[in-house]
Design a protein around this ligand. Structure first.
Ligand code: NAD
Length: 512
């Protein structure tokens, strides 16, 4: 570890968090804000910047999941829902977008309080993504289309057949979300479900349920039909698993860790549920010798330190061509040492806390393991003393491909730097991971950029940038990073399925 890096206590100690209105702590079931069936079982919502309790919310039982799913099914099968004009489903989402916009500041503060994300980030990114997502899918509701099919049935020559396909909504969707982008993730499940004619039961992460519960209140205010959106809170192993196991749930839209995604996939076999799994990553940031280092060095640092590394697409493996390796790694270390760590509400803070003490200890355990295996902490390499769950921005050198720090998703501000001696090895090194979520390539050479992008086994490749997501681009992972895609038109495939309709026409009625 180098000497001048921030050993200091986090600046968050001094920052006074605002007091946004807290959600009522009621679930959303069948159009009503309601307490759980067994009151009394509560979960603490904790502020990661201080470790203090913000409030409590219900730990639901499986009976709550059942009544939420049954409400969603009743709504889905109701004539009113079936007959609702797609434009009017879009209008529901638009009304919710307006309400989120109206309560933007309050929601941003609540999100930062509950997750430790910097207030500037929740304002500019999480809330904007949420509002944009609602509007994006509001537009999709009226653009669902099948095909007219020119087919060649094996039938008598004089018979006349015609065929078309429809995209039909799947039914009740179980949405399960992680804690790193709570509101944005909730919208990523709710908005396409409604736009494409499904109904939904959403279970947020128990680490960050507050903004989703508040969203439930706004959904009631927006006038969504009873049962179209339901929100239950609780532990994944109990409530999440109950949602996955429920026979009336037709699809699980999951974002979270690969381990949980695998258990959901296995549990979905019995009822043949459709699943989309947006999972973890170990994404490479690849810096070629000709890159513009004034952009690439801060870009590589932001790729891993943004949101304290708690981004599925974080650039956690830094692959740098040998001629510029020392300069790039020293540059990233310098940024790491200078980052101001602190409370989400201190405007000077550049990196906030990790989500929980348990997660901070897990990150620290993986780093410790790496150091024991021979890695070297070039910057950071440990937790920050004091209140809150802060971890030093960490750059590890001396790593090899088989070390756990190189293979496991750490989901913290920890990057492994690797020198690429032979340019011919870049593709192999970039793809030497069980994950395949994203990658970035930094170069001025257009030919190399595009040819390399083709060879990287990942759902998204960025050129001279990192972590830029847009609802118009399909998003999903290769290998252990997931199954299926979300966003835009790909979400239509994920929330509907084709139905083929074939008809025989009476040729006698053909007079022309
Ligand atoms: P997690 O897998 O621990 O939990 C995610 C959600 O699943 C939570 O709501 C949790 O309560 C629930 N859950 C846990 N066990 C369950 C079970 N057996 N059945 C059903 N539900 C269960 O993930 P996390 O720690 O909350 O989030 C971090 C992970 O999410 C990282 O791996 C990150 O890469 C991933 N992530 C992926 C994307 C993406 O789009 N690919 C985006 C954000 C986060």
């Amino acid at each position: 570890m180098t000497s001048n890096e921030s050993e200091r206590a986090p600046s968050g100690k001094a920052a006074i968090p605002p007091s946004p209105p807290l959600p009522s702590g009621l679930l959303l079931i069948d159009g009503q804000l309601a307490p759980p069936l067994q009151p009394g079982r509560m979960i603490d919502a904790l502020d990661p910047s201080t470790g203090r309790r913000i409030t409590q919310f219900p730990a639901c039982s499986c009976a709550d999941v059942d009544r939420a799913v049954m409400a969603a099914q009743r709504c889905f099968e109701s004539r009113a829902w079936r007959m609702m004009r797609p434009l009017d489903r879009g209008r529901l989402l638009e009304r919710l977008a307006l309400l989120v916009e109206k309560h933007r500041e309050e929601l941003a503060a609540l999100e930062s309080l509950d997750s430790g994300k910097l207030l500037a980030v929740t304002r500019a990114i999480d809330l904007q993504f949420t509002i944009d997502g609602l509007r994006h899918y509001a537009g999709w509701a009226s653009k669902i289309a099948g095909d007219y099919v020119s087919h060649s049935p094996l039938v008598p020559e004089d018979a006349v057949y015609r065929a078309y396909t429809q995209r039909r909504p799947l039914g009740v969707v179980g949405g399960i979300t992680p804690w790193n982008f709570p509101l944005g993730q909730a919208i990523q499940k709710i908005a396409p479900a409604i736009a494409f004619g499904c109904t939904v039961v959403l279970k947020p992460s128990p680490e960050t349920s507050l903004t989703t519960l508040r969203l439930g209140e706004l959904i009631v205010e927006a006038g969504f039909p009873a049962g179209s959106v339901n929100i239950v809170t609780g532990d994944g192993m109990e409530i999440g698993a109950a949602l996955v196991g429920h026979p009336a749930v037709r699809k699980i839209a999951f974002t979270g860790s690969t381990a949980t995604g695998q258990s959901i996939l296995a549990a979905s076999v019995a009822t043949m549920k459709r699943v989309t799994l947006e999972l973890g990553g170990k994404s490479p940031t690849i810096i070629l010798a000709d890159a513009d280092l004034d952009r690439a060095i801060p870009g590589a640092a932001a790729a891993i330190f943004a949101n304290s590394g708690q981004i599925c697409t974080a650039g956690s493996r830094l692959l740098v061509e040998a001629p510029i390796y020392d300069r790039v790694v020293e540059g990233v270390c310098e940024i790491a040492r200078g980052l101001k760590i602190g409370s989400a509400f201190d405007p000077a803070t550049q990196m906030g806390p990790l989500i929980s003490a348990q997660h901070r200890d897990r990150v620290d355990g993986i780093v410790e393991n790496g150091l024991a295996e021979g890695a070297v902490a070039l910057a950071g390499g440990g937790a920050v003393d004091g209140g809150g769950w802060f971890y030093k921005p960490t750059v590890l050198g001396g790593v090899s491909a088989q070390m756990s720090v190189m293979r496991e998703e750490i989901f913290g501000p920890v990057v492994c730097a690797v020198r690429v001696e032979d340019p011919g090895d870049i593709v192999r090194m970039a793809n030497d991971t069980p994950f395949g979520l994203a990658a970035s390539i930094w170069t001025r050479d257009l030919d190399r950029a595009h040819l390399l992008a083709e060879r990287i086994d990942a759902g998204t490749v960025w050129l001279n940038t990192h972590n830029v997501l847009d609802l118009t681009m399909p998003f999903g992972g290769h290998k252990l990073s997931g199954l299926g895609h979300e966003f835009g038109g790909d979400a239509m495939q994920a929330f509907t399925e084709p139905k083929a309709v074939c008809m025989r026409l009476d040729p006698g009625s053909m007079r022309y």
